[in-house]
Design a binder for this molecule. Sequence first.
Ligand SMILES: NC(=O)C1=CN([C@@H]2O[C@H](COP(=O)(O)OP(=O)(O)OC[C@H]3O[C@@H](n4cnc5c(N)ncnc54)[C@H](O)[C@@H]3O)[C@@H](O)[C@H]2O)C=CC1
Ligand SMILES: C[N+](C)(C)CC(=O)CC(=O)[O-]
Length: 490
Amino acid sequence: MKTAAIIGGGVIGGGWAARFLLNGWAVRVFDPDPDAERKLADVLANARRALPGLGNVALPAEGELSFHSTIAETVAGADWVQESVPERLDLKQKVYAELQQHTPAAAVIGSSTSGYKPSQLQDGFDNAARIVVAHPFNPVYLMPLVEVVTTPVNPPEVIETAKAIITSVGMYPLHLKKEIDAHVADRFLEAVWREALWLVKDGIATTEEIDNAIRYGFGIRWAQMGLFETYRVAGGEAGMKHFLAQFGPCLTWPWTKLMDVPEFNDELVDLIAGQSDAQSGRHSIRELERIRDDNLVGMMRALSANDWGAGALQNAHDVARMSEAGLARTLDEVADPSQPVLTLNRVVPLDWTDYNGHMTESRYLDAFAQSTDRLMEIIGCDAAYIAAGGSYFTAETHIRHLDEVHAGQPIQVRTRVILGQGKKMHLWHEMYEGERLLATGEHMLLHVDLKTRRSAPPAAHIEAKLTQLAEGQAGLPTPEGLGRAIGAPR
Ligand SMILES: NC(=O)C1=CN([C@@H]2O[C@H](COP(=O)(O)OP(=O)(O)OC[C@H]3O[C@@H](n4cnc5c(N)ncnc54)[C@H](O)[C@@H]3O)[C@@H](O)[C@H]2O)C=CC1
Ligand SMILES: C[N+](C)(C)CC(=O)CC(=O)[O-]
């Protein structure tokens, strides 16, 4: 098991701790705040609620969490050290002086700093080559971006290790080869933040109106395409050049106050804090975090369905996790084809819950459909085969809802091929939470020619694999409930 040492376990260090733990790492924390353990437990509770169901493949078993009273003890045996102490250079440098004495030589040290350049953290330290900026976004357990900022003293192997570790916990390392104060993303945030402060101070808009301008408008666009791709589309058929010709000149108009910062006096602080209380004071911070997490998970899962942006990143992480989660992609990878095949191993995500407080009925079909897709891939009906014009359509489905399951619970589906002959594929899915049978799904599918949209025999290699599974599993007892129908009222 890999080990992460977290130096500073506040908002960001707590988020890093949760990200590593839920991805199976051992996590060792140092934070002098006597309340640090309680605060981190709160962050971890929210992370456990949101992260495991984000993807379609189960995460590894949670790692071990421990708290330590010195930096020396915390970094013992660490593969990765993440420094997240307050944003004060003198304090950070004091911490790096200690880290240089005790951190294992092979470990990489990442700093969460929002604004300092890596050279300011490396300067004068023997282990400078192993120090990089690894700037995350809040909440670290859900947001994938990490700005990795390096300097010429960082050798390629340190940079590659940093990128590989960040990728392995489902995040996206954006490597900036040139250092700059506040990296890239915080430059945007600061520009928007300055404008927003002026708009409030000048009485143009309240904090709530500014938030509405973002969340009902460009904020949704940015989440899926960013800035440049969005503006390319906004240029119409003439694209980016037309957009620049039309809107470029207005950048010289005096629209912006970007170069000024309003004076941070009591009057401005009270104005902003008062409006913010009126806007959101009815929710506690932990409640707001959960609302934020529900929304982020829902949006990222929508992007996954389109294999786009942060969703495409999550899908790639799911694929990387499949083998460890026991999910085969080919028949050769199925450990024992004479037994029901594991076709789904995931956690019920937050957005699958309904007003009854449990997984809603349509998601049982969603889960079984994911299992059918998995079985199709296993028998060779994969993306290439479908692109070449062959696939399966579902002709009939019968689901029995036998027991409840809730967001955050792990579910597994095991699938039997009851019949695989000619055009027909008759599947029997059983959904479990541990040993508890939650639902069964019986599905009749027909192989189709995607050009004619009519049923047609599958390719020989598909039928051969299907028959192999059906014949191999024929000796198993008949599943209880097979062929069951609701029946007409008498
Ligand atoms: N809050 C945010 O939105 C983001 C912050 N960051 C960066 O993350 C770093 C930490 O920021 P936050 O977590 O927001 O601050 P925070 O104040 O929530 O947490 C800092 C933690 O460090 C602890 N600490 C203080 N002295 C320490 C020491 N000598 N050794 C170990 N721990 C010590 C404190 O007790 C506290 O728990 C900063 O560099 C900040 O720029 C990065 C991304 C976003
Ligand atoms: C406000 N902040 C500069 C500390 C923000 C960040 O660094 C990133 C984030 O999570 O928005």
